[in-house]
Design a protein around this ligand. Structure first.
Ligand code: PHE
Length: 347
């Protein structure tokens, strides 16, 4: 073949290859097509083999045409492969990724425990009335839980509380938050105005009693504090939590550490006082214990009971929570921690 014919043929091969590439639908077809031109038995390779017979002065031109052809074929191949890759990517996205779907909500976000919600809400009400928050240990001594609170040794009230002792007569799980009254009066200067939320423990176990439950203690000690102040604060609290229309009553009661003592009932929120199962047909629900701090207690912690008076109260948080979230049949639900139950409350 003449050099001129070889060069012409090379040009035609490149053109034909480019045209054929347009038909190739996958990488395999492209690779096979490339081999048919540049492989050992390829058409371009066959022309290259003629080089050795070409007269020296024409070799340079044929050589340049050969290189140009090979480059054109390589470039066209790369471009075709790139396009196929891009198409594959798009097809993958179309098949597996729906960019119009909404984002996923974050998994496993926790919610506040219903008792925590109620506890925070109650504490907030008292904080807004000027009360500070105080705390004390759940493992207590007989002194703070009983003796300093005017419970005489062998007084039946100690049985009444069904104490869980750690060491009989010495250490115990506190049966109420009242020991925080003692700890606070020993530590803080007067006047004192605190609430103390926390867990308490008793040997009780039925649908309305759990061996662990929660109370919020209140204590206000100052000059000239009267029972009227106690009534005013508790009325404001009840109206804030249960609404302005809810009636309440102070029922005479007894606690060793308050004198006089009163339990506070609210009119049954289910039957509005008519009498139903929730209120055991009485029309009233007991929500807290309260009273004027007994002078014996003030003297025990070194407060001058001639000059200072005070009131105290203890609110049952579980009870308030069961009333607020009507339909909670058992106090146990608060302590089983079933996520389906817990996640239905929002602060
Ligand atoms: N500590 C009492 C109880 O657990 C409640 C109470 C607190 C009563 C403060 C009067 C004053 O039953």
């Amino acid at each position: 073949m003449e050099p001129r014919q070889i060069i012409e043929k090379l040009g035609q091969l490149a053109e034909r290859y480019e045209a054929e590439l347009g038909q190739a639908s996958d990488e395999q077809a492209i690779r096979a097509g490339q081999a048919a031109y540049l492989g050992n038995k390829g058409e371009v390779t066959a022309l290259q083999k003629l080089m050795k017979d070409i007269e020296p002065k024409a070799r340079k031109d044929v050589g340049r045409a050969l290189n140009q052809t090979k480059e054109r074929i390589s470039k066209a191949t790369d471009k075709a492969l790139g396009e196929i890759n891009q198409r594959r990517g798009r097809e993958y996205l179309d098949r597996h990724v729906d960019l119009t779907l909404p984002g996923r909500p974050p998994v496993g976000v926790g919610a506040m425990h219903p008792l925590s919600i109620v506890m925070y809400d109650i504490v907030d009400v008292f904080v807004s009335m000027g009360f500070d928050v105080a705390t004390g240990p759940e493992i207590e001594t007989d002194y703070y839980n009983f003796a300093a609170l005017n419970f005489p040794q062998d007084h039946p009230a100690r049985d009444m509380q069904d104490t869980l002792f750690i060491k009989e007569g010495e250490t115990l799980l506190r049966t109420h938050t009242s020991p925080v009254q003692i700890r606070t009066m020993l530590r803080r200067p007067l006047p004192i105005q605190i609430v103390a939320p926390g867990a308490v423990y008793r040997r009780d176990d039925d649908p309305t009693h759990s061996p662990m439950f929660f109370q919020i203690e209140g204590l206000l000690v100052d000059e000239g504090v009267s029972f009227a102040d106690l009534k005013g604060v508790l009325e404001a609290f009840i109206h804030e939590v249960f609404g302005k229309d809810v009636k309440l009553r102070f029922r005479p009661s007894f606690f060793p550490f308050t004198e006089p003592s009163a339990e506070v009932d609210i009119q049954c929120i289910a039957c509005k006082g008519e009498g139903c199962r929730l209120c055991s047909q009485t029309g009233w629900l007991e929500v807290l214990g309260s009273g004027m701090v007994d002078p014996n207690v003030l003297q025990e912690v070194g407060v001058d009971s001639e000059r200072y008076t005070g009131f105290a109260f203890g609110i049952g948080v579980d009870r308030i929570a069961m009333l607020r979230y009507e339909g909670i049949s058992s106090i146990k639900l608060f302590y089983e921690n079933d996520p389906r139950f817990l996640s239905s409350f929002r602060r």
